[in-house]
Design a protein around this ligand. Structure first.
Ligand code: UDX
Length: 432
């Protein structure tokens, strides 16, 4: 098939590579010149290692176009543009609608929406596109940043929402030979599967973070609690890592977007509101802990290890590390940040200082906060680290429970994990 993929973000490039590997004739449509030049040189405009190798290996077999009109007529137009949050939490659908409008004058094709949209979007757009002879499919992606290629070529499931069986078949034909389970459903069902999946995962994270508050109070260890929970096959072990909470381009936006549907569905979505509230509170709780141990933070030097919203990406969108930096600065601290991949200051408050290594970031620091669990932080020698810091027992707040508590304590650090037994500093319920 001829496939035009609109939008050269991680979802678009992963979808294009997967379609090309499936033997289709693929064009990537990206309006930004800088992104197209970068792709033409064999690089990706974002950090995604395996995907970049796969893109390079395809060479020039994938065409690059500035607009849909410049692309050869396609059987499938795969829409992978952004749907950012508006100020009321609802999704800004203008980019998706823009691509749909652009299709109006083009030969009949199926408009395949991979962008995350609220339920109800496809039913409305489908009617509009049918008037100009196009079909519509909701085909959500479930890619995690940092493993976009793997999740795209080996998806956990292939969900296609459409009103007619031939449309389901045409979208499934994107994946010849893939053994992943296939689910042919109607359009709103496919849309809800996507946002409900993200809301459910976010809920598990806020749940375990709330349990961490209880664990701290009673001297339980949340890591072991999560292990014990995960052994129940009805619960399972994934997405139960306690810590600073979730960030990124999807969870915060999608949970907000679903909550913003309360009015449309005529019922308050209370559980999701609580999920958001707990997550917003995590950076505050962590900074409160610093204040409990250090007193005033004015002119205290605090290092933050990790800025990306999770390891394996250079994405700082809605990163909890950024929120921690903002809160520390508001309380008068001097903040030094380090990240193995993020080096551009964009997205961070202007008053932070950047360090060029994990150890240099610690020079004279009163405390270090591990905000992103990059593997390199686990290999830092605690004795060397503590020696660089200020005071006999400098504070090490492990916001992702990623460091070896025993080794850091042995090196003299005042180690504080999240929901770990040593960390009993606040009465139950404070700040939640
Ligand atoms: C997520 C979904 O996993 C993916 O299916 C969807 O398509 C897009 O959103 P991503 O944003 O790449 O993917 O990140 P993910 O790996 O899911 O992690 C999200 C956030 O949750 C990160 O900030 C991470 O640190 C945090 N997290 C994850 C936890 O705090 N605890 C956990 O147990 C798991």
């Amino acid at each position: 098939m001829r496939v035009a993929v609109v939008g050269a973000g991680p979802v678009g490039v992963a979808s294009a590579v997967t379609a090309a590997l499936g033997g289709h004739d693929v064009a990537v449509v990206e309006q930004r010149d800088d992104r197209r030049s970068c792709l033409a040189e064999g690089h990706l405009p974002f950090h995604e290692e395996a995907l970049e190798h796969a893109w390079k290996a395809l060479g020039s077999s994938v065409a690059l176009r500035a607009s849909l009109r410049d692309a050869e007529s396609a059987d499938l137009v795969v829409c992978c543009v952004g749907t950012p949050s508006l100020s009321d939490g609802s999704s800004d659908l203008s980019q998706v609608e823009g691509v749909a409008t652009e299709m109006a004058g083009l030969p009949p094709a199926v408009f395949v929406v991979r962008s995350t949209v609220p339920p109800g979007t496809g039913t409305r757009l489908g009617v509009q596109l049918a008037a100009t002879g196009h079909g519509y499919a909701a085909h959500p992606e479930f890619l995690q940043e940092g493993r976009a290629l793997q999740d795209s070529v080996h998806p956990s499931r292939i969900v296609v929402g459409a009103d007619e069986p031939w449309i389901h078949q045409r979208v499934f034909a994107l994946y010849p030979g893939l053994s992943s389970p296939r689910l042919a459903v109607d359009i709103p069902t496919a849309e809800l599967i996507k946002v409900a999946a993200n809301a459910h995962l976010a809920m598990r994270i806020s749940f375990i973070n709330e349990m961490a508050v209880v664990a701290e109070h009673f001297g339980a260890d949340i890591e072991v609690v999560a292990k014990g929970l995960g052994m129940d096959p009805r619960i399972g072990p994934s997405f139960l890592r306690a810590g600073l909470g979730y960030g990124g381009s999807c969870f915060p936006k999608d949970v907000r977007g679903l909550t913003a549907l309360s009015r449309a569905v005529g019922s308050e979505l209370r559980l999701l509101r609580a999920v958001i509230e707990v997550n917003l509170q995590q950076p505050v709780r962590l900074v409160d802990r610093l204040m409990t141990r250090l007193g005033s933070l004015r002119d205290r030097r605090v290092a933050i290890w990790g800025v990306a919203f999770k390891p394996g990406t250079d994405d700082v969108r809605e990163s909890q590390a950024v929120r921690v930096a903002e809160l520390l600065l508001e309380r008068g601290a001097r903040v030094v940040v380090h990240d193995p991949v993020v080096c551009a200051p964009g997205g961070l408050p202007p008053h932070v200082t950047w360090a060029d290594g994990a150890i240099p970031a610690l020079n004279g620091a009163d405390a270090v906060v591990l905000a992103t669990e990059w593997p390199e932080y686990r290999t830092v020698d605690p004795v060397t680290a503590v020696a660089r810091m200020n005071g006999m027992h400098p504070l090490v707040v492990d916001g992702r429970n990623a460091l070896c508590e025993r080794e850091w304590v042995r090196a003299g650090a005042d180690y504080q994990g999240m929901g770990r037994s040593q960390a009993t500093t606040q009465p139950l319920g404070v700040g939640v």
